[in-house]
Write a protein that binds this ligand. Structure first.
Ligand code: TPP
Ligand code: MG
Length: 410
């Protein structure tokens, strides 16, 4: 008989804390090219093991191998590299702008650039993302102007959201980027609802839901999966597992399920894991999932296995909760370096061209920043008008707001 002594409360702990030696030996990484590519109408029951593997295309030598390779041309890959480099450069400049007091807040994508940049290229015009704050690559890869993003970050007179959103919480209907909510996981139910509406109205557009590993612990995530599964909603359910939720390691939200992808299995949703630092793998899996949605085959859950190299936000200091060198030990490498090496290996890129592109991109980012700053920054120059505060919410302004607007004299 089992010991009937004192009960013990279980709280999962990360392998290593600050001062310790980073150790990812518990992360099983399958060989690139080793995971099969099923037909899109596959019976989900036959691919349950994919929720515990990792789809990878780029191998250590920088070659694209296996059944998920070969979807993108050299030109498309060069464009993808440029998008990721632009996002990284943009992040560095805006992080610095935050330190200079030009904005109150910033969040970087360091190490996660492939996820949103490659995903965007698997969507069609009119499709709608319901993103979190760490998918600005969806906008960059869709050609959304950097100046407009910066105007939002600075809450200046040209901010399309008129200072009413936290910096980096962009919104663009034209670019398929639904307004970000600071309340985590709400975007999951919104995405599924939007996808259901698209199906109900016999439209052709699909939705993409986005969530981080930590936020999957929210009940909205689970409620969204119920509706997505029951009504076969045309939606791609993305989980970006960057190992951390601010200072909380992924084991807390994941619990005993083994992987975040495995959460989808109980709902009968095909659930795949992909190397989130492999541009080609992310794009191939996103395309597979988007095609399923478009062909009325229902939702797909995709877990992107990646690592948050930077701090959670400009208000965070990761040295308090994880070893400093942990990101260097991350076994899936850096997404930009990996795509760069692949393109060099293919003979269409070189170290010199890369360095030159870095300089060109930085110049473009600086030029955009100069233009944005002409419209003001947080503490200097043009601001949205006070009148804007009262507009854009109600079709007809309620009497108490009208009174307040009069009192404010605007
Ligand atoms: C409902 C809700 N709870 C808590 C927070 C505070 N919060 C903001 S970001 C964050 C961590 C989220 O981690 P994860 O989902 O892994 O996304 P990541 O930041 O790693 O991309 C928390 C707890 C919030 N914004 N909303
Ligand atoms: Mg996270």
């Amino acid at each position: 008989m089992a010991d009937a002594g004192m009960l013990r409360f279980h709280v999962p702990e990360p392998e290593v804390r600050p001062g310790g030696t980073p150790d990812f030996s518990n992360v099983t990484i399958p060989k690139a090219g080793s995971v099969p590519r099923p037909e899109i109408d596959v019976d989900p029951r036959t691919i349950r093991d994919m929720a515990f593997s990792i789809i990878r295309v780029l191998n250590r030598a920088g070659e694209a191998v296996g059944p998920w390779a070969g979807l993108l041309s050299d030109d498309e890959l060069l464009e993808g590299l440029r998008h990721m480099m632009t996002l990284r450069s943009f992040d560095a400049r805006m992080q610095m702008a935050q330190r200079q007091g030009k904005t109150s807040f910033y969040m970087q994508h360091l190490g996660e650039e492939a996820v949103s940049c490659a995903f965007r290229k698997a969507l069609a015009p009119g499709d709608m993302n319901f993103p979190t704050y760490r998918q600005a690559g969806l906008l960059i890869a869709d050609g959304y102007p950097m100046v407009t993003m910066m105007n939002q970050i600075y809450s200046n007179e040209a901010d399309p959201l008129k200072g009413r959103q936290l910096p980096i919480m962009y919104s663009s209907k034209e670019h398929g980027f639904f307004s970000i909510s600071g309340n985590l996981a709400t975007q999951y139910i919104q995405a599924v609802g939007w996808a259901m509406a698209s199906a109900i109205s016999n439209d052709s557009k699909i939705a993409a839901a986005w969530i981080g590993d930590g936020s999957t612990a929210e009940s909205d995530f689970h409620a969204a999966l119920v509706f997505a599964s029951t009504y076969k909603a045309p939606v791609v359910l993305n989980v970006v597992n960057n190992q951390w939720a601010i200072s909380t390691f992924q084991g807390i939200a994941r619990g005993g399920s083994g992987t975040f992808a495995a959460r989808g299995l109980g709902f009968g949703i095909p659930s795949l894991r992909v190397d989130g630092n492999d541009y080609l793998a992310v794009h191939a899996v996103a395309k597979w999932a988007a095609t399923r949605a478009r062909k009325n085959l229902g939702p797909t859950l995709v877990e992107y296995v990646t690592y948050r190299v930077g701090a959670h936000s400009s208000s965070d200091d990761p040295s308090a909760y994880r070893p400093k060198a942990e990101s260097d030990a991350w076994p899936l490498g850096d997404p930009i370096v990996r795509l760069k090496n692949h393109l060099i290996q293919r003979g269409v890129w070189s170290d010199e061209r890369h360095t030159q592109a870095e300089a060109e991109i930085l110049e473009t980012v600086i030029a955009a920043q100069r233009e944005a700053e002409r419209h003001g920054t947080l503490h200097a120059g043009g601001k949205p008008s006070t009148r804007d505060m009262f507009e854009g919410v109600y079709a007809e302004m309620p009497p108490h707001l009208r009174r307040q607007r009069q009192q404010a004299g605007v």
